[in-house]
Ligand binder design. Structure first.
Ligand code: FAD
Ligand code: FES
Length: 277
């Protein structure tokens, strides 16, 4: 890798913007250089560095990163601070700078034939959507798929269309939890409560992907670990990042760089580094 070039973002135009709920929004981005657009490819779970010109650059997960005619990649953002709130002020036709994709991806191709549990909380569902779509497109390659997703309020559900598509097929179970005003067929409470009702037919042949607040992931991993091997539980971590390419040290977690060695780690790799719930 040429590190001088690695810091240079490529320009991308916002070709579409959707409001997912009161706060969260999705940007559909297309590289202005057609060569970059055509060659761009991201695996589910990877992230991209998004530069809001004149404001700053932040890591954001790629929801889907296989370019089509209309856009190169899609990101879903929760406005929290300076950069995310500035991105929220942009409009269709405005530009941002992109670097990446960076980081590792969910271990999908390495786990063909296994049952899969995907547990997410809040905006943590964004990096799991690509994994869910991959499994649905290659359904014969995987066993039972359990999707558990939790949020604060019953109105906060994102990616409804994608979850809806999973509800039909056999051996696919989708369960939602909300802490407040959960619809009738949902659980009222935490997503981790749903783990108590999971029936795993072959725990030795089951993997689990976790993404969301760290306390939620640690609680879920703790509940699952008597049944699942710790090396079969995968957590996607978030840390403050600057370079995204293992150079600045901002994202260090123990001896690992979240940007370069992660963001996805096994429970075995990180359980001694994260706060136990
Ligand atoms: C690999 C990776 C993937 C990510 N994917 C997404 C995504 O798909 N969508 C998305 O909306 N965000 C995602 N994030 C988080 C996003 O990068 C941060 O929210 C962003 O950097 C905040 O920048 P800011 O300038 O808007 O906020 P700042 O001005 O830097 O911070 C404002 C406030 O928000 C708090 N804050 C900052 N970062 C976080 C955080 N990660 N979690 C909770 N509070 C925070 C700060 O403590 C501060 O109080 C991801 C982060 C990582 C590392
Ligand atoms: S963000 Fe610089 S080393 Fe990870």
């Amino acid at each position: 890798m040429n590190y001088q070039d690695a810091y240079l973002p490529s320009e991308a135009t916002i070709v579409k913007m959707t409001r997912e709920n009161n706060d969260i929004f999705t940007l559909y981005l297309k590289f202005t250089d057609p060569k970059i657009h055509q060659s761009y490819h991201a695996e589910p779970g990877q992230f991209i560095m998004v530069y809001c010109y004149g404001v700053g650059e932040i890591p954001i997960s790629i929801v889907d990163g296989i370019p089509n005619d209309k856009y190169s990649c899609r990101i879903t953002v929760h406005p929290r601070g300076t950069v995310t709130k500035s991105l929220n002020q942009l409009n269709v036709g405005d530009s941002v700078g992109l670097r990446g994709p960076y980081g590792n991806s969910w271990p999908l191709k390495q786990n063909i034939g296994k049952d899969v549990i995907i547990i997410s909380g809040g905006i943590g569902c964004a990096p799991t959507i690509g994994a869910i779509e991959y499994i649905m497109q290659n359904r014969q390659d995987y066993g039972t798929l359990h999707i558990l997703h939790g949020m604060r309020h019953g109105n906060d559900l994102l990616f409804q269309e994608q979850y809806q598509r999973c509800c039909g097929p056999d051996h696919t179970h989708v369960h939602f939890a909300a802490e407040k005003e959960a619809p009738q067929d949902w659980h009222t409470g935490y997503v981790t409560d749903l783990i108590d009702n999971l029936t795993l037919s072959n725990p030795d042949n089951t993997i689990c992907f976790l993404c969301g607040p760290e306390v939620m992931m640690m609680q879920a991993a703790k509940k699952l670990s008597p049944q699942l091997k710790a090396e079969n539980i995968f957590l996607s971590l978030e840390r403050n990042m600057q370079c995204g390419i293992g150079q600045c040290g901002h994202c260090q977690c123990g001896a690992k760089f979240v940007c370069k060695d992660g963001p996805i780690f096994t429970y075995t790799q990180v359980k001694h580094l994260l706060k136990s719930p």
